[in-house]
Write a protein that binds this ligand. Structure first.
Ligand SMILES: Nc1ncnc2c1ncn2[C@@H]1O[C@H](COP(=O)(O)OP(=O)(O)OP(=O)(O)O)[C@@H](O)[C@H]1O
Length: 828
């Protein structure tokens, strides 16, 4: 305590000695401060009482106001003449009823000096108090000019002055503006916080008031209780009494407060109060607390944060799938029913393969005998009975050359007096030699049994095809999507058309109309006509064509080119969706990860079936071969699959480029070994027995299969069943293809010419051949653009008109002539 005394005292001393402004600072001693504080406090209270009294007595007292100094004259004011005089000065001649603020300011000043609070706040009180008082004075003067007591002389005069210059409205505006300025600057109000602010200010003011009052009481109490305790005890007065007596008993108070000030200052409670009042601490004063409460309320808006997080977490496609489920392409024909198996005929009457032991024994003996004749010993023989063929597997004795047995093919056939004997030497994967011998009574493999087999029903393939049954009587199921294109060949009447029907029926039994579309080309006009009934379910066609099944060869070119356009478009879609194949793309689309607004759509598989390819090649030649080759090369990934059937498997029909792109091939019976080699790259097809007996290869292995038999009435029942159901409004439309023959409008503006016009003209003139496919190859163009270029060249007189399957005539002999023609055009 003593130390503190010295430090607190030494500090001001130092400053006092250093700075010569001691008197200017009006640094009062503590005693002086208390005296001044008490004086101001009581003066303020006295003024308050006089002002209150003056409100009631002012009229009476005004008459005596001039004689106020006269002791005989008694004013009615509670504080007599002093009160009347002061009130008259401050209220009547001064600021009207707002003079109460002066009383309040004096009282507060008294408290501040009495307790030696920091004066910065007090200065603020005075500054703003006087401003408010002036404003209120003018405000009341504005409304009640006639009543001097409300606004006082000051209010009246200022009002008068303002109104002389600004008029009533101008003065009102000034007042309103000042009120707003006060609210904004002093109370830091914003319009949206007005409500809260009013409330808090009100609370604050009332708090301040009570605080000041309680602070006074508390401090006096503290003084009494803490340091003065012994003295109080000595005087044996109760605390309340001491407090009450503080004002009157000056000696006691003096000594008490002397001790008090020194001892009270370091107490925690008091220090806090001082800090709160200290100007630098104003930043942390409880003043901004209401604002803090407001901001914390604002922080409640943080609720937004989790909402945002949710949005980020949730992928749009996930939400879409959550809301609507996965995209279902079959929904448009949601009630579509797959054809029942009963529509197919059961040719076996439910019976399995019956084994004819006699026949087996007979054949075995003949084989052994024949081989013995050629001195080939047999260690073992085993038979597998198939629907049309029985396979005898022979294990030759050691030291027998396989090629020797292979060469005996015809001899064995002769001795067995049977057609269609095929020797497989050795059977791949087995250490045996196979001899296939046709059964005397071949059994029909019905489509019904193939479709009903679990292998087909449970096949998880994109485009499952059931082709028939193998030699071991197993249903043979393959995926067209994996083939990816199929070449079928066989002499007439050997079962090609039945094979095609079996393939189409397989797909009809497994795929929904939304998932697969057929483009059927049938130059024979009779084979596939039945499928017209399912045009609006399963078929695809060019826009503006009446029949979906193409029978006209010239239309085939357009369709093939249209498929090329579709292929290019699908590749673009796949590229944009960053998918490698149609399966990935459709899965992504179903998961609603691709936006239909960006052109994305569910892509059905397209199966192009050409029944008589040789006929097409004969009539249209390269025009057909090029798009077929292009499709065969590229279309596998985008879900366009080709099935091409031909009677004549000659090399000019099945060219190298087509063969290379059709790894999956089916050979029905053919007439010569050469044909067999053309189709399968191996003989064997010439030794088949016909009627659906076929060889299938998808690379190396050749499998003998008995093709499932589906008769025309069965197909009819299936298509009738499907055709009788709700269908799409139209067949699936392929992109439009503007063929060369349709580009007849010759009034093409020279300014609208393609950028490659000149280059294209040069290509054709040099080659002396007016074909669009040449332009396509040389300039690497699409069909559409090349077709347009040909039209423009025709309009410019560079090539002649369309001449069917022949290339157009080039009318310009050489580049020189071309230059001349184009220059003349420019001069015109
Ligand atoms: N899988 C099979 N099972 C039983 N018989 C079959 C089978 N396939 C074809 N046949 C018989 O062969 C006949 C001719 O078949 P299909 O019409 O399919 O021959 P094709 O090769 O299409 O002949 P074309 O080329 O002249 O049209 C059929 O009428 C049928 O009697």
């Amino acid at each position: 305590m003593a130390k503190k005394k010295t430090t607190t005292k030494s500090k001001p001393k130092k400053t006092k000695t250093k700075t010569p402004r001691k008197p200017i600072n009006f640094k009062l001693s503590r005693q002086q401060q208390i005296l001044l504080g008490s004086f101001l406090f009581f003066l303020g209270i006295a003024l308050f009482f006089s002002f209150v009294s003056y409100l009631f007595t002012w009229k009476v007292d005004q008459s005596v106001i001039t004689e106020i100094t006269d002791r005989d004259v008694q004013a009615k004011n509670w504080l007599n003449n002093f009160g009347a005089g002061m009130s008259n000065f401050f209220i009547y001649k001064g600021f009207g009823i707002s003079a109460f603020i002066i009383a309040a300011l004096l009282t507060i000043s008294g408290v501040y000096y009495f307790f030696d609070y920091a004066k910065a706040r007090l200065r603020q009180f005075w500054f703003w108090g006087i401003l408010v008082m002036l404003w209120l004075s003018v405000f009341f003067g504005f409304f009640h000019k006639q009543n001097d007591i409300l606004g006082g002389r000051v209010g009246y005069e200022i009002n008068d002055y303002l109104q002389d210059y600004l008029g009533l409205i101008g003065a009102a505006f000034i007042l309103a503006f000042l009120a707003i300025a006060y609210a904004v600057v002093r109370l830091k109000m914003t319009p949206d916080k007005v409500g809260t602010f009013f409330k808090s200010t009100k609370d604050q003011l009332s708090d301040e008031f009570t605080e000041t009052l309680t602070a006074t009481e508390e401090t006096i109490e503290d003084t009494q209780e803490s340091e003065v305790q012994p003295i109080v005890e000595n005087t044996t007065l109760p605390v309340e009494e001491v407090t009450e007596n503080v004002a009157s008993d000056t000696t006691t108070t003096k000594s008490t407060f002397e001790m008090n000030v020194e001892n009270l200052q370091p107490t925690i409670g008091k220090k806090k109060k001082d800090e709160v009042v200290d100007p630098p601490m104003e930043i942390t004063t409880p003043e901004p607390e209401p604002e803090l409460i407001i901001t914390s309320e604002d922080i409640d808006i943080e609720v937004k944060a989790p909402v945002e997080e949710k949005e980020i977490k949730k992928n749009l496609s996930d939400t879409l799938v959550e809301d609507f489920g996965e995209f279902d392409p079959t929904l448009e024909l949601g009630n579509y029913k797959f054809p029942p198996i009963d529509l197919l005929k059961d040719y076996t009457n439910g019976q399995g393969i019956t084994i004819n032991q006699e026949e087996l024994e007979e054949n075995k003996n003949r084989i052994v005998e024949t081989l013995n004749n050629y001195k080939i010993g047999i260690a073992n023989i085993k038979a597998t009975v198939g629907p049309t063929v029985t396979l005898y597997e022979i294990v030759p004795e050691a030291g027998v050359r396989i090629s020797k047995i292979k060469n005996l093919e015809d001899d064995i056939a002769l001795s067995l007096s049977a057609l269609g004997i095929r020797i497989i030497a050795p059977i791949p994967g087995k250490g045996t030699i196979g001899i296939e011998v046709p059964n005397k009574k071949p059994r029909i493999v019905s489509m019904r049994s193939a479709v009903a087999s679990p292998k087909f029903q449970e096949a998880e393939m994109e485009l499952p095809l059931t082709l028939g049954k193998t030699i071991s009587n197993e249903t043979f199921v393959v995926d067209l999507a994996k083939m990816p294109h199929l070449l079928m060949a066989g002499a007439t009447g050997q079962g090609k058309s039945v094979g095609l029907n079996a393939i189409l029926a397989s797909l009809l039994y497994k795929k929904h109309p939304a998932e697969v579309k057929f483009v059927l080309v049938d130059p024979k006009k009779v084979e596939l006509t039945l499928f017209n009934k399912i045009e609006r379910h399963y078929l695809a066609k060019l826009p503006d064509t009446e029949e979906a099944i193409i029978t006209d060869n010239s239309k085939v070119i357009n369709t093939l080119n249209s498929l090329c356009i579709e292929m290019d478009a699908r590749y673009d879609l796949l590229k944009n969706a960053m998918c490698r194949n149609i399966k990935e793309y459709n899965a992504k689309f179903k998961a609603r990860k691709l936006n239909p607004n960006n052109g994305h759509k569910f892509l059905p598989y397209i199966v192009l079936v050409v029944d008589e390819f040789a006929d097409l090649i004969m009539t249209s030649g390269k025009e057909v071969e090029t798009p077929i080759a292009r499709l065969a090369q590229l279309a596998r990934a985008i879900g366009i699959h080709l099935i091409i059937a031909t009677q004549r498997p000659s090399v000019n029909v099945i060219t190298g480029i087509i063969k290379a792109n059709f790894p999956a091939r089916i050979a029905f019976r053919v007439t010569s070994k050469i044909d067999s080699r053309t189709i399968l790259d191996t003989s064997g097809a010439d030794q088949l027995i016909g009627r659906g007996d076929m060889l299938y290869t998808q690379g190396n292995d050749v499998v003998r299969i008995q093709c499932a038999f589906v008769d025309t009435p069965e197909v009819e029942r299936i298509v009738d069943y499907i055709g009788g159901q709700k269908a799409y409004p139209d067949a699936h439309l392929l992109p439009e293809y503007v063929g060369e023959e349709s580009g007849t409008s010759l009034d093409i503006d020279a300014s609208d010419r393609d950028k490659l016009f000149r280059e294209a003209a040069e290509v054709l003139v040099i080659a002396q051949q007016g074909s669009a496919s040449l332009l396509q190859r040389k300039l690497k163009l699409g069909y559409n653009r090349a077709g347009r270029l040909i039209d423009q060249l025709e309009a410019a007189g560079i090539v002649g008109p369309f001449e069917g399957s022949k290339a157009r005539q080039v009318l310009v002999p050489d580049i020189m002539a071309l230059d001349q023609l184009l220059n003349n055009e420019g001069n015109e």
